[in-house]
Structure formats: structure tokens, C-alpha cells
Design a protein around this ligand. Structure first.
Ligand SMILES: *Cc1c(COP(=O)(O)O)cnc(C)c1O
Length: 506
């Protein structure tokens, strides 16, 4: 489809565009044309999303007779082997943060031992509640509990919960602030203020819990803009947010200044350390420049830190922490009148996976401080090598001053074409927009010998290729380019929903 001149449109006010978009979509011919075009685009994607249709049996109803365990295990092993090739050698950004065979085997054994346990039944599985309490305590200690708790009564000590992931940790914290502000201050139209770079989990929380999210543009260094954040505060603001570091550019927001803004107003401040919580404390100890970001700052009232990222646990756990049990109590849920009995649940889920909680606990206590320190050292050294190599490529530039998530763009080349060339060599990198860039989140996978050199070599070749063939179109690069610049964001959102429908197709 011929799109209208997008550059011109992108200068129009977003409200006007939204109205124009609604009118456009209401024109029958336009609607049909759009459906046809998006249908064709998705049909093309379907094959690559469903590679196993011809290779293993497909089920859209229960098999009448159960299949043999042997057969099913063989099939699962075959799929796993194929998929782990994608990340094992370190060609993937983020995704698998540890990935050593012996570690995975250990975590799997722990899970297998506790796969039936459920902390909802604390009487049956006191081990699950022990593991949860200790993961929370160890994480809190790593993020400043000793200093924050010193001389304080126990109800003001750091505390928290284990959740299913970073998104749940963030959503729990935002719901907690909403309920606290309603109960203690009568705020009924709550607002939260976050830099544009903060994770979409904050938009999701806003969407689910009826909170207005005010996004503030970041400064030229991609860090949150303190002055602009101050201006965005209103009497409805319940919490201010900063990332340590941000997912897109891997830079640490000025948490000290931001949290002081919040403290002076008597509102909450959440440090999103989903990504950095299990790296930054060790980076600091290793002598890297890490500004204060955790509970050692008096204004920080909650944090999220993902055990399932750089905590190296199995997927499905994260920690949310609060300053004081009073605040945490707004997270809790109780039902006292249900015929099924007295019911209470600290997080969104009712039943929870005791096996994953045990796996997180076992990961923390087997790595220990030494293990995290050594893992962080390897990751940060590899990141240093990569940054040096990247900065030596004249066509590229590194966005901001990152530690271990390195975003790079180009002033002269289409960076998405460079990314596409890298994909052809087997690399799976993250495409960013506003501005167009690509990032690599460095994990233990990239610390294997030769991986960093191979990345830089392939990148230099990709840049040279794009430079020598400026008119070569590529297949994914235009899609990324369009996703970044198309002014009709509602159409893009519709397309993403269709894409999700596709995921659920058998
Ligand atoms: C990954 C991440 C999240 C969300 O975590 P999930 O575990 O994917 O839900 C939130 N914030 C940051 C900075 C992250 O990197």
C-alpha cells in the first residue's frame, strides 16, 4: 500500500492524527485495503512463527488415548535442542542470562524436587514460604537493607514479595501506591511520572489500574530529565519512577535527584532495577562508576529486581521490595466472607509455583556473593571490549554512557539494515526506535571466548556492506523503519493485536 508522506504527517499534533486515523479507518475502501494489506503481511510471518507444523504432531483437541511418555520426551528434547542452538553460543541479546549446562541441570533438579509445592498452602509447604522469605531478605540486603534498616523499628525495615517476573513486580508496586494514596490521602485520580525510557510494564500498570502515566522525555544522555520530571508533578502524583538501568539504552537515571523530588513531596519513588538489581551492586564493588540507586537513598521507597534475569534463576520469578510493612500491606489481598474459607494472597496469583521459588533460592545460595561478583566481572569486562570496539567504528555511535546494555545507532547509515545483516549472520539483537538504534544486552553467554571478537568482526562487515550497498532494501529493515515512523499509532496497535491472534493459532 502507498502510504501518504509520513514525514509531513509526523509533525502534526498526535491528537489530530488520532482523529484523522479514526476517520480514515471509517472509510469502507480504506478499511478493506488495510485488512487486506495486514492480512498479507501476517500470512508471510505465519510460516516463520510456526516452524513445527510439518515436523511434529499438532493438537487442537486432547488425544483420545494418551501418548507414550517416551515419545513425548523425545519430541520435547528434539525441540529444545533446536532452540537452544539459537542462544547457547552467545548470539542473542539478553534472553538467557546464565546458560551454563551444570547450572541449568542443577536448577532443573531443584525444580523437579519441588514441582508440586505451593506457598498458598503454607501449612503443607513451609519450605516454600521459607525460600520466598529468604530470597526477599537476601535481595533486600544486596540492595541496601543493612544501611536502610539501621536504627529503625522493624516495621520500617525493607520487606517485599516474590512475583512471577519484572512486570508483575512493577504492577504490584504501582497498585500498592494507588491504594496507599487513595486510603491515606484520598487521591482518586492518581498519576505516576516516568521517563520515556521506563519499561512498558508501567504503561500496563497504568492501563490495568486506572492510573494516569505521565511520560517525561529523557535528556540528550538518555537519562531521565530531573527538571522536566519536577514540572510534571501534580497534586495527583502518587509515585515517581527511575530505571537502574533502563532497558533501551542501559543507562542509569539520576535516581538520587529523582528520589529526592519524591521524598520532599512525601510521595513514593520506585527504582526499576529489574535489569540491574543483580549486577549494579557488584559492579560498584568492582570499581565501576555506579551512582546510588537503591535503598541507601532515603527517597527510594520501592524497587523491582529480577531473579530471572541477572539473578540467574529459572524463568518466572522476580522480587518487589518496599520500605516498611505499612506500604507493603497495600499490596496484600484478603477475603473474609467467602464460603470457601478465609482467603488471603500477597500477589496477583493465587496458587504459585513453589518449584520456581525453590529454584530461585537455590540459585542465590549456590552462587553466593562470590558467584555474582565473578559473573558481573566477566559481563562488565566483555561489555568494555564491545564498547571499545563499537566506538572505533566511525559510522556508528554508542547512545549515552551504558554499562552492560549497549545501544548503538548511526548518523549516516540505516541502522536497521545493519541489524538485518547481523541477523543473517545469526545474531539476534533488539531493534529500538525514537531514535532508531540497536542494542545488545551482554550476558554470561557473551563472555565465552571469541564471542565479543566475532560480534565486532561481523558488525564491521555488516557496516561495510550497508555502506557499499546503500540502495539494497532488505526485508525487515523497512518494517522496523515503518514501525518507528508511521504516524498512525492506532493502526500499528491493531496490527500488533492481529499478530497476537496469530500466536494463538494452532
Ligand atoms: C525486563 C525488564 C522489565 C520487565 O520484566 P519481565 O520479567 O519481562 O516482566 C522491567 N523493567 C526493566 C528495566 C527490564 O529490563
Amino acid at each position: 500500500m502507498e502510504l501518504p508522506n509520513l514525514d509531513l504527517l509526523s509533525h502534526l499534533p498526535p491528537r489530530l492524527l488520532a482523529v484523522a486515523e479514526r476517520y480514515l479507518k471509517a472509510i469502507p475502501g480504506v478499511r478493506q485495503r488495510l485488512d487486506k494489506e495486514t492480512g498479507a503481511m501476517l500470512a508471510e510471518l505465519e510460516g516463520s512463527l510456526k516452524p513445527y507444523r510439518q515436523q511434529v504432531p499438532t493438537f487442537s483437541e486432547l488425544p483420545a488415548h494418551g501418548r507414550s511418555r517416551e515419545e513425548v520426551l523425545q519430541e520435547l528434547e528434539q525441540l529444545e535442542a533446536r532452540e537452544h542452538e539459537r542462544w547457547k553460543d552467545g548470539l542473542v541479546s539478553g534472553a538467557v542470562y546464565h546458560g551454563e549446562d551444570d547450572h541449568i541441570a542443577f536448577v532443573n533438579r531443584v525444580y523437579a524436587l519441588h514441582s508440586q509445592s505451593n506457598p498458598l498452602h503454607a501449612d503443607l509447604w513451609p519450605s516454600a514460604t521459607k525460600f520466598e522469605a529468604e530470597v526477599v531478605a537476601m535481595t533486600a540486603h544486596m540492595l541496601g537493607a543493612a544501611e536502610a534498616n539501621a536504627g529503625k523499628p522493624s516495621e520500617e525495615h525493607l520487606c517485599g514479595s516474590l512475583s512471577s517476573g519484572g512486570t508483575e513486580s512493577i504492577m504490584l508496586a504501582m497498585k500498592t501506591y494507588r491504594d496507599q494514596a487513595r486510603e491515606t490521602k484520598g487521591i482518586t485520580r492518581p498519576e505516576m511520572v516516568a521517563p520515556s525510557s521506563a519499561h512498558p510494564a508501567f504503561d500496563k500498570a497504568a492501563h490495568y489500574f486506572g492510573i494516569k502515566l505521565v511520560r517525561v522525555p529523557v535528556g540528550p544522555d538518555y537519562r531521565a530529565d530531573v527538571a522536566a520530571t519536577r514540572k510534571a508533578l501534580t497534586r495527583h502524583t502518587i509515585v515517581v519512577i527511575g530505571s537502574a538501568p533502563s532497558f533501551p539504552h542501559g543507562v542509569i537515571d539520576p535516581i538520587e535527584e529523582l528520589s529526592e523530588l519524591a521524598r520532599k513531596r512525601g510521595i513514593g519513588f520506585h527504582t526499576d532495577a529489574c535489569l540491574g538489581g543483580f549486577v549494579l551492586p557488584w559492579a560498584k564493588r568492582l570499581g565501576y562508576p555506579v551512582p546510588p540507586f537503591d535503598f541507601r537513598l532515603p527517597g527510594v521507597t520501592s524497587m523491582s529486581a529480577d531473579t530471572h534475569k541477572f539473578g540467574y534463576a529459572a524463568k518466572g520469578t522476580s522480587v518487589v521490595l518496599y520500605r516498611g510493612t505499612q506500604l507493603r500491606s497495600h499490596q496484600y489481598f484478603t477475603a473474609t466472607e467467602w464460603p470457601g474459607g478465609i482467603y488471603f494472597s500477597p500477589t496477583f496469583s493465587g496458587s504459585r509455583p513453589g518449584g520456581l521459588i525453590a529454584a530461585a533460592w537455590a540459585t542465590l545460595v549456590t552462587l553466593g556473593e562470590e558467584g555474582y561478583l565473578e559473573a558481573s566481572r566477566r559481563i562488565l569486562e566483555t561489555a568494555d571490549t564491545l564498547k571499545r570496539g563499537l566506538r572505533a567504528i566511525p559510522e556508528l555511535y554508542v547512545l549515552g554512557d551504558p554499562l552492560f546494555v549497549i545501544a548503538f545507532g548511526s548518523h549516516t547509515l540505516d541502522i536497521f539494515k545493519v541489524m538485518e545483516r547481523m541477523s543473517a549472520k545469526g545474531w539476534s539483537l533488539n531493534g529500538l526506535h525514537k531514535p532508531a538504534a540497536v542494542h545488545l544486552c551482554v550476558t554470561l553467554r557473551h563472555t565465552q571466548p571469541g564471542v565479543a571478537d566475532r560480534f565486532l568482526e561481523d558488525l564491521r562487515a555488516a557496516v561495510a556492506h550497508v555502506q557499499a550497498n546503500p540502495s539494497e532494501e532488505g526485508t525487515m529493515a523497512p518494517v522496523y523503519g515503518m514501525a518507528a515512523t508511521v504516524p498512525f499509532r492506532g493502526l500499528l496497535s491493531d496490527l500488533l493485536k492481529k499478530y497476537m491472534d496469530l500466536l494463538y493459532k494452532v
